[in-house]
Design a protein around this ligand. Structure first.
Ligand code: PMP
Length: 432
């Protein structure tokens, strides 16, 4: 089927999509519910750009929500995928490519001695959680408000009304019984974490955290928060899981764990490691990973896990990000973008701040960078929405929500940043 037939508009496609797909989209945030308006239907992408059904070009700052770190349709990645596809799409039996992928991950991610490939970040975190519970023979898990770890039942939990109030489901369809073992604490609240371990530490199977949070806009963990978490997990025999589905190969080659110099017991990866195709992974200490089937009693499996085509995309992407100075340049370019945005906001007298970690950025319609979910929520959502639409009209596609991080690729060169800033000057002026 053609991606695009003549006369189609985003509007007509959205109306058509809603006939057969709930909300017209296959993942909720694509629907523009938070910012209003009509989602853009994308026909093609190249480098830092994508094009919609009306042939309008956008500078893309979502990069497929993280994976597109080397830019869209990188020739080396496309070639690797084409060659792999020509050899067969899926075998359901092991391949050498999977070994190479595992070897690269074990080499590059400090905490990973053994790794298993899966097909989505949700599968990676869900499986890591089951493994942690199976290995410790404990049920309780700790997560932090504002961190997203995929849509497994026991992770769709909002904070209770006070410390040690176990969670309430945030999604209908999740029985209370499924989340009664999930304790939700405040991000970056070290004292609360200490108290939770003092009260229930011997029952806690694991702590799962985004070491750089990217699902409540961008919020970086303080080193003290992560160090305390590491110490408490070791002291109480709980497993520390870093969810680096977003931060892995995004904030640095070795992920957030290399930036903070903290070794978690297990790590979940996704996004960049698939280069735009569905690959994710979880891995860590070999003595924990040995609990997985077929060696141990924790069951986990996947028909398409380690698929030869997706692994070809992932492996090639991982080779490109190892090129000299890849992250130095990516980080500098991302910082240039946010520095220039802050200047433009200041010139327009708009209360605005921004932060970056590697190739990830956060934009806040607030005078200072937030450190917790509660602070993120104080940002001015209405101003963001005006800014978002003004940028979109000017051909710059930001995440369609005030509570999402943004992503820069290696193809966002100075000219792309300049074009973004020119658009931002008009957009900030529209806010006033
Ligand atoms: N963990 C984190 C930190 C994520 O950002 C995401 C997706 N945004 C997930 C898990 C879930 O990954 P997926 O959407 O591939 O299931």
């Amino acid at each position: 089927m053609n991606q695009k037939s003549s006369g189609t508009t985003n509007e007509s496609l959205f109306a058509r999509a809603q006939q057969t797909t709930p909300g017209g989209v296959n993942s909720p945030v694509r629907a523009f519910r938070s910012v209003g308006g009509t989602p853009r239907f994308i026909t093609k992408a190249q480098g830092p750009y994508f094009w919609d059904a009306e042939d309008r070009r956008y500078i893309d700052y979502i990069g497929s929500w993280g994976p597109a770190i080397v830019g869209h349709a990188h020739p080396k990645v496309v070639r690797a995928v084409q060659e792999a596809a020509a050899r067969g799409l899926s075998f359901g039996a092991p391949t050498e490519g999977e070994i190479e992928m595992a070897e690269e991950i074990c080499k590059l991610v400090p905490s990973i001695e053994q790794v298993r490939l899966v097909s989505s970040g949700t599968e990676a975190t869900m499986s890591a959680l089951r493994l942690a519970r199976g290995a410790t023979k404990r049920d309780k898990i700790v997560k932090f408000e504002g961190c997203y770890h995929g849509h497994a039942d026991s992770l769709l939990v909002k904070a209770g009304s006070g410390l040690l109030t176990f969670g309430n489901p945030t999604s209908s369809g999740v029985p209370e019984d499924f989340v009664k073992h999930t304790l939700v604490l405040d991000y970056n609240n070290t004292q609360q974490l200490e108290e939770a371990f003092k009260a229930a530490g011997n029952d806690i199977a694991c702590v799962i955290v985004e070491p750089v949070a990217g699902n409540m806009n961008l919020v970086r963990a303080t080193p003290e928060f992560l160090q305390t978490m590491r110490r408490l997990c070791t002291e109480y025999g709980a497993i520390l899981i870093f969810d680096e589905v977003m931060s892995g190969f995004r904030v640095a080659l070795g992920g957030a764990q290399s930036l903070y110099d903290i070794i978690p017991d297990l790590t979940a990866l996704g996004k960049v490691i698939g280069g735009g195709l569905p690959v994710a992974a979880f891995g860590g200490r070999a003595d924990i990973m040995k609990h997985l089937a077929p060696l141990g009693g924790v069951y986990q499996a996947g028909t398409l896990s380690g698929n030869p085509v997706t692994v070809a995309a992932g492996l090639t992407t991982l080779q490109i990000v190892q090129e000299a100075d890849f992250y130095t340049k990516l980080s500098a370019q991302t910082r240039k973008l946010t520095d220039r945005l802050c200047e433009a906001a200041k010139a327009a007298d708009v209360a605005f701040s921004a932060d970056t970690v590697g190739g990830m950025f956060g934009l806040y319609f607030a005078p200072s960078v937030p450190t917790s979910y509660a602070e993120v929520m104080q940002g001015n959502k209405d101003k963001f929405n005006v800014f978002f639409h003004a940028m979109l009209d000017a051909g710059v596609y930001l995440a369609p929500s005030a509570f999402e991080a943004g992503f820069v690729s290696a193809q966002h060169d100075d000219a792309v940043i300049e074009a973004t800033i020119a658009a931002a000057r008009t957009a900030f002026a529209a806010i006033k």
